[in-house]
Design a protein around this ligand. Structure first.
Ligand code: TPP
Ligand code: SF4
Length: 307
């Protein structure tokens, strides 16, 4: 009998479809809580990858620390589970040493915007040719539900028992301002939109950044009485403006501290795309993709719509 458990025969993890060949079956069962949005995005990511690649031998995943970062452990590819906040630094080194690889960074809002915020800014500025997916569940899930820079005003967390008194961050706007040449936002609620922009991000030459609104049912959901995983998905739907999304027109809903917090209204889909030399090109590193393959600066209005 094989030492590796075949989860297709397990009653606990009924995984079907072509994505299952991209899973590390020996790592099952996974550690995500029921309803966690990160699992939805892992599934959507594997579905895109399974369409594009027969094997992931030339795809490397790099992650920091957090439940979001942990999902790379379930992907049967080269994976680097690094230190908290530092996946983009490791990914930069890897990409410069092995420019022919497709490098995908998975990070969380704590990992990529708190301790790793500086690294995100500079990776975007350098326009290194990799794809960064930031799973934003508006909280630190893995460590017990502390407030993150993305926690909305008024939200209850273990470190804000009276309601959060600080404004939250717009990760997509930050990445664009720092120099990312591809910026998109998606939600676990509409994982097909994520799949679409994830494919475009992989095709884009330069630093591509996707913020994905995800759900931490265990801490953010429970503490703020957002209900179970399905209820939380519906709350994403309720607050989603699906048309005419634009980084410069971000509608905000500011809850009153100590009232029931309201989830932010955020534009989704492709938000920004442009083209300029990558870090590999400015350094003269051979073997990577050419930014000339990308179209010059443009802003695709139609693609911002996601319905
Ligand atoms: C240097 C360092 N500081 C703090 C921690 C503790 N820590 C681990 S994960 C985490 C936060 C994770 O939050 P996020 O990135 O949002 O991921 P989530 O679990 O919510 O998906 C923290 C503070 C650590 N592992 N290393
Ligand atoms: S603690 Fe939150 S983020 Fe972590 S697995 Fe559970 S629901 Fe997901």
């Amino acid at each position: 009998m094989s030492a590796v458990t075949d989860v297709t025969t397990s009653t606990r993890v009924p995984i079907t479809g072509k994505e299952k060949r991209l899973l590390r079956h020996a790592m099952m069962p996974h550690m995500l809580c029921p309803g966690c949005g990160h699992g939805i995005i892992l599934d959507a990511m594997l579905s895109v990858l399974s369409e594009r690649y027969d094997s992931l031998d030339n795809v490397a995943f790099v992650a920091g620390i957090g439940c979001s970062s942990r999902i790379i452990g379930y992907i049967d590819a080269c994976t680097l589970h690094t230190t908290h906040g530092r996946p983009l630094s490791f990914a930069t080194g890897l990409k410069l040493a092995r420019p022919e690889l497709t490098v995908i960074v998975i990070t969380g809002d704590g990992d990529g915007l708190s301790i790793g915020g500086n690294h995100l800014i500079h990776a975007a500025r350098r326009n290194i040719d990799l794809t960064c997916v930031l799973l934003n569940n508006e909280i630190y899930g893995m460590t017990g539900g502390q407030a993150a820079p993305t926690t909305v005003l008024g939200a209850y967390t273990t470190t804000t028992p009276q309601g959060n008194t600080q404004h939250s961050f717009d990760a997509a706007e930050l990445a664009k301002a720092a120099g990312a040449t591809f910026v998109a936002r998606a939600q676990s609620y509409r994982s097909q939109v994520f799949g679409e922009v994830f494919g475009q991000a992989l095709d884009h030459v330069g630093f591509s950044f996707i913020e994905v609104m995800s759900d931490c049912t265990e801490y953010f959901g429970r503490t703020n009485r957002f209900g179970n995983g399905a209820d939380m998905l519906m709350s994403q739907a309720r607050y989603e403006p699906s048309i005419d999304a634009d980084l410069t027109r971000r509608p905000t809903v500011e809850p009153i501290v100590n009232a029931q917090p309201v989830r932010p209204v955020l534009p989704t889909g492709l938000l920004y795309r442009s083209s300029r030399l990558t870090l590999e090109e400015t350094l003269g590193v051979k073997g990577g993709r050419s930014s000339e393959a990308s179209e010059t600066s443009y802003y695709d209005g139609d693609q911002r719509r996601n319905s």
